[in-house]
Ligand binder design. Structure first.
Ligand code: UD1
Length: 378
């Protein structure tokens, strides 16, 4: 476990006014994966104005393209603690996190721990905290796919049931919690993804990624696949690969390390690599945002990207049988295709988004709302 020096952190934080903050109210933020880093940016910026923050990075994601690039690009302070957990089975990964997070919390004694989303570090952080009687705030609470074969669904459900403050991005997520008997500490905050996107959209316009990849705006598709339900099932991944190879339009596919490993082990990697699909390394947030913003359509099994597509007004085909982000479907901007080859191809050719769109995820002030609620509750 590595502890960063306070000097480095303060240098990176620049001209923040420490005097105004209530140093008695130390908060701890736990992150570890790409989607956490993205959501942490705006929340940490708002909380940093009022509180002393301690940032713990579990190290679940560790490759430069999956990790460091986000800290370099997104104005997130350097982590105070880097736990360097790395890969492993779910039990191993979560267990190691639990042990080391507990150690940090015992030393740091925060008044509140903040976790994001549905990753292994989310449940590990929440569990370590409540066992020490430190209250937990869950950003992106109440989301449900109702598919308990997904590790993320287990992480979400368990984290919600042990959290004190539950920050819900949608009315659906509030209803889901109510159906499970959770009503206390539940707040409708809209979605911090919008905050991150709004903050970074202008900066992302400077990205040269479309020229670099030789793409014409709105004349290509972006694809991402990383869910265990697709990558760990050879048949599903094979169907998706076949669909991508038959689609008669440029597809850019930034490939997650999990997916690359699985494609190679199933003997599918060369097939995709020899097709017209552009396989590229995972991108940083700014290049990815620019790539998505200029795409004609997005194909994905990621939850976050379904929302980003909706916010950017790019039609989305979801390579899953269910989604937590039901509003994107109800509004007519997202559609489920699972891993059905013919369905994917037909939808790429025929799916048309609806003409009207509501701002269901808010307008970019979710982190402010969250910081105010935390302030009122501490
Ligand atoms: C995790 C989250 C998922 C989230 C996703 C975003 C869980 C259960 N899942 O899935 O909800 O949508 O992050 O990407 O927490 N690997 C690398 N380099 C890295 C990171 C991972 O090579 O920097 C490899 C690992 O060796 C492992 C595989 O990718 O084999 C899976 O990584 P892991 O962090 O366990 O889960 P993700 O699939 O990334």
């Amino acid at each position: 476990m590595m502890k960063n020096s306070t000097k480095n952190k303060k240098e990176k934080m620049g001209k923040k006014t420490f005097e105004l903050k209530d140093m008695q109210k130390k908060l701890c933020i736990i992150v570890g994966t790409r989607p956490n880093f993205i959501k942490c940016g705006p929340v940490s910026r708002e909380l940093g104005k009022k509180f002393d923050e301690v940032l713990i990075h579990t190290g679940q994601h560790y490759d430069y393209e999956m990790n460091k690039i986000f800290f370099d690009e997104l104005d997130i302070p350097e982590p105070d603690f880097h736990l360097e957990i790395g890969s492993g089975t779910h039990g191993e990964q979560t267990g190691k996190m639990l042990k080391l997070i507990e150690r940090v919390l015992i030393t740091e004694k925060p008044k509140l721990v903040i976790v994001f989303g549905d990753c292994n570090n989310t449940i590990a952080g929440a569990l370590a905290s409540v066992k020490l009687h430190i209250p937990v705030a869950h950003v992106e609470a109440g989301l449900r796919s109702f598919d308990r074969s997904m590790p993320e669904e287990i992480n979400r459900v368990l984290t919600d049931h042990i959290s004190k403050l539950l920050f819900c991005p949608t009315q659906t997520s509030i209803n889901n919690l109510k159906n499970e008997g959770i009503v206390d500490g539940v707040y409708f905050t809209y979605d911090v993804t919008v905050d991150a996107l709004e903050y970074n959209k202008k900066i992302a316009e400077k990205s040269d990624i479309t020229n670099h990849l030789n793409l014409n705006k709105k004349e290509y598709l972006v694809a991402t696949v990383h869910r265990a339900g697709n990558t760990d099932n050879k048949n599903n991944l094979n169907n998706i690969v076949k669909a991508f190879c038959e689609i008669d339009e440029p597809i850019v596919f930034p490939i997650h390390p999990r997916t690359e490993k699985c494609l190679k082990s199933y003997g599918l990697y060369n097939k995709l690599n020899n097709s017209s699909v552009k396989l590229i390394a995972p991108l940083g947030y700014l290049d990815f945002l620019c790539l998505c913003n200029n795409a004609r359509m997005i194909l994905t099994d990621s939850g976050g990207i379904q929302k980003e597509a909706y916010i950017l007004k790019v039609p989305c085909i979801t390579l899953r049988k269910n989604t937590e982000w039901i509003e994107t479907i109800n509004d007519g901007w997202n559609i489920l295709a699972g891993s059905n080859k013919q369905k994917i191809i037909n939808l790429v050719n025929n799916f048309k988004p609806s003409s009207n769109q509501r701002f269901v995820f808010g307008q970019g002030n979710s982190s402010k709302i969250i910081a105010n609620i935390i302030s009122d509750n501490l």
